[in-house]
Write a protein that binds this ligand. Structure first.
Ligand code: ASP
Length: 466
């Protein structure tokens, strides 16, 4: 028998249908039994009693989260029994035949309630149960819709979706790399902190407009808006200036929000472009929350910060890049840059997107001329050997005709978090890790077996006693 979705029962009043899903809740009223059956579209009330002995006997045995298939007649509910809280609230299914597809242990926490207040480690250990709860299910669906609308937008703008390697060489984005050992002793891959170098090489490759929804890896402490791995909308464009990229990003988010969150509004249109110096002087932060009313869940205060400094002092008294080494100097500061003058004052063509106090994207126009990229690396104190080791392939590629280019990478976890009014990104990441980067479900990270270590030529140095 063909299964229909619970939401489809509305179109089948008076007919016999089969539905399947999880037992959300059971209410036993003595002679009548009510079950809320849950599938991916929502809930359906199923009713059974002594008038259908076969179905009634089976339903009396089932518990929460059992998986059942039920055949019955869809009946309109009398006016006073309509439940406005569920999509199928005007109907119920009068069960005639029930098959138990699988039984369930009593879940470690109730799934028919919001799980937000529960112990997070337990929620992550049983993430597959946590995701059954209504809010988490809605968050996953919202995430998928944002991805889908994003893909449509970028494809519509002439972008090509291109995936890039996860096993790669170290990519400097300012965080620590995760490394992957190989069977060649002493040889490691690094997981990309972003697809930065590949997307630039795709510009060299003549793709002109690239995007992907990319996983990035950064070994840094988790916070409410940070995870060891996270998802970015990564894009890059050739033959553009800064404003072209900002305008595109603004159009993208405006369009997606209008389609998926019509109840939300932007505080500013168009979004302001505020120089870094001004934002720091005015608000003491480069990501101030500029909402007029912070209690309004539907307000989005989006703006761009522009004209970031190119360099900042590093811990060793030298200079390091503020965004990434590929960022191009502001055109007005090119001469001073090439002459090593006023390093701390030089401005770059880096920009950030800020929404409700979160940095939701970073990007820049890139140094597409090898001499400029080389200059940045020299100012950072890299000698020729280090330049060749880490950047040789980029400098080599840049000798073969590079279009001026730039791009951006909005953090999609953060945006879904903001749009869903969630307090942290773990609420919108399907299989998140705890604050210490641990996955209580799989137990990762975990030790390797001795034979695996031998294969990889790795010896573990025991941590020093504290
Ligand atoms: N790769 C940069 C980042 O991940 C974004 C960019 O410059 O496009 O922040």
């Amino acid at each position: 028998m063909t299964r229909i979705l619970t939401s489809e029962t509305l179109a089948h009043i008076g007919e016999t249908v089969t539905v399947a899903g999880w037992v959300h809740s059971v209410r036993d009223h003595g002679k009548v039994l009510f079950i809320d059956l849950r599938d991916r579209t929502g809930l359906l009330q199923v009713v059974s009693g002594g008038w259908t002995p076969e179905a009634y006997e089976v339903l009396k045995t089932v518990g929460p989260e059992w998986v059942v298939q039920i055949t019955g007649t869809v009946a309109a509910r009398p006016e006073k029994l309509v439940n406005p809280d569920i999509i199928t609230g005007t109907v119920e299914l009068q069960a005639a035949q029930v098959t138990v597809l699988s039984e369930s242990l009593t879940p470690p926490f109730p799934i028919d309630q919001d799980t937000v207040e529960l112990d997070e480690e337990m929620r992550l250990k049983y993430r597959y149960l946590d995701l059954r709860s209504q809010r988490m299910h809605a968050n996953m669906t919202a995430r998928a819709k944002l991805f889908d609308a994003t893909r449509r937008f970028f494809v519509g703008e002439g972008f090509t979706e291109i995936d890039t390697p996860v096993l790669t060489a170290t990519t400097p984005e300012g965080a620590r790399d995760y490394v992957v050992p190989t069977r060649k002793p002493g040889q490691f891959y690094a997981l990309p902190q972003s697809p930065q170098q590949f997307k630039q090489l795709l510009m060299v490759a003549g793709m002109e407009r690239y995007f992907q929804i990319a996983r990035c890896f950064r070994d840094e402490d988790s916070r409410k808006d940070r995870q060891p791995e996270f998802t970015q909308l990564d894009f890059e464009m050739s033959f553009v200036e800064q404003e072209d990229i900002l305008t595109l990003a603004e159009r993208w988010l405006t369009k997606v929000v209008a389609a998926l969150y019509p109840e939300k509004h932007f505080t500013f249109t168009p979004w302001p472009r505020i120089p870094y110096k001004e934002v720091m002087e005015k608000y003491g932060s480069d990501k101030p929350d500029l909402r007029v009313n912070k209690d309004d869940p539907n307000e989005l205060a989006a703006f761009f910060v522009v004209d970031f400094p190119m360099f900042e002092p590093d811990e060793k008294g030298g200079w390091t890049f503020m965004h990434n080494p590929f960022t191009s100097i502001h055109p007005t500061d090119l001469e001073r840059f090439m002459n090593n003058q006023d390093i701390g004052e030089l401005l770059s063509q880096q920009y950030d997107m800020v929404v409700n106090g979160y940095e939701t994207a970073s990007g820049s126009i890139r140094a597409h001329k090898p001499v400029e990229l080389r200059k940045t690396l020299e100012i950072m104190g890299f000698d020729e050997a280090r330049i060749q080791l880490n950047f040789g392939h980029m400098l080599e590629a840049f000798q073969y005709g590079v279009p001026p280019h730039g791009g951006m990478a909005p953090g999609l976890d953060r945006l879904v978090m903001i749009l869903q009014n969630e307090p942290n990104i773990r609420e919108v990441i399907p299989f998140a890790k705890t604050g210490t980067g641990f996955d209580p479900m799989t137990g990762a990270p975990s030790a390797l077996r001795p034979d695996q270590l031998t294969d990889l030529g790795i010896a573990i140095i025991p941590p020093k006693a504290a």
